[in-house]
Design a protein around this ligand. Sequence first.
Ligand code: XMP
Length: 517
Amino acid sequence: PVLVVDFGAQYAQLIARRVREAGVFSELIPSTASAAEIAAHNPVAIILSGGPSSVYEEGAPRLDPEVFELGVPTLGICYGFQVMAQALGGEVAHTGLREYGATDAALVGSGGVLLEGQPLEQNVWMSHGDQVSKAPAGFEVLASTAATPVAAFGNAEKCFYGVQWHPEVKHSDFGQKVIENFLHKAAGLPANWNAGNVIAEQVERIKEQIGDARVISALSGGVDSAVSTALVHKAVGDQLTAVFVDHGLLRKGEREQVEKDYVESTGVRLITVDAEETFLGHLAGVTDPEEKRKIIGREFIRAFEKVQLDLVAEARESGEKVKFLVQGTLYPDVVESGGGTGTANIKSHHNVGGLPEDLDFELVEPLRTLFKDEVRAIGRELGIPEAIVGRQPFPGPGLGIRIIGEVTRERLDILREADAIAREELTKAGLDKEIWQCPVVLLADVRSVGVQGDGRTYGHPVVLRPVSSEDAMTADWSRLPYDVLSKISNRITNEVREINRVVLDVTSKPPGTIEWE
Ligand code: XMP
């Protein structure tokens, strides 16, 4: 792989994604790894990430200097660029000149292999206080800005390059080109990593892991479980049983999507558990958000567990073993639990919690090395319908935490209609990619006066909560076009009788969370 040395998580993950977008497999490794550990991964190239520190700071992350003796093509970015300069005998200075955000960079000479084929002036995204004041001996300066004379450098013989700006962010106009030039032209790596290869490789691995045992999988209707289940099905066919719990808190059309479209496109053997009555029964009278979440979580596990026990019993009768459980764990989860390069423990909430210990499942996690957008690409390649693969995040507790107040079937039906209209109009306006998600929240205990036709109405408001985000940790409210908002508002108030007002949530996260409960 291309190893991305992580000096600060956000930047490093983004770099790893861009490298993969360029068709080369990449993985993260913490900056504390020794040169020997790095070498053990057989890197075809190394990229040193940016990070929040200053190279002068006490405790600033360092890099084992022997990494530069491995003979591996290396690209330093921002902080990584400064680490590289310092390690190889250049100078890093704290000049007091800072550059943040959009900055003009100019090529020096031809810009070398790294900046080849790019305009003489380009817009790059900067975020730094320190700067490289002198390139190491043997290095050529490849670009500069008004405040930073050494904004990029290279040593073609060693195949060492560095840029002060962040090529991984979309605000750098030719950022992806910088990364591609480094990978393909400087390091000579072919672009041969893609969804098709991943599928073939994973299918082989899964076959090897599962052998002729039986395996079960929980389908939530979300992207990750849909794709991991389809991959495992492709590998072992009907040794797999998928379980889908309908808790009555799903959105309009969701169950049909799973039961019909998904099953038709993948051929997966599916068991649906009808648990609406059980869930709504336990939710009756409950208004506290945390209590709702606890009840939904607990009942989900109970429903799933029961099916598992049935399956295990059935399998035991025929002398088979249900030994495996499919999980849709993604690479960011693995990285966050401290396992940058592969073998880490799994965060407990990714196990379908609370399974009886004696079931003793072994996990199958075919998405462990992948990012969300890659999972989507693989899902498309596997023929999973776009309505599932392109889905925006939807919380496990479903519409149950989007009704402020008690959850009842009637209220769920009202919210389902409003939510379906909002989603339909956002899709029609081509905004699905732009927004992260748009919860619609029913303020079930609030009423306001309105007028419709000739009569007075006394209905409920719904809140639209469109947000943009990279990872849901932080978010901003989306500036949706007024005409789209207007269309959604008109349709909801006209088509959903109980709703007479639509309001817009204009709060960022923090301080608000994305969901209301
Ligand atoms: P908040 O409301 O915490 O949401 O800003 C962040 C993201 O997580 C989703 N979310 C959940 N997803 N189970 C899930 O699988 C949950 O209990 C849950 N609660 C919130 C939310 O939709 C948003 O994308």
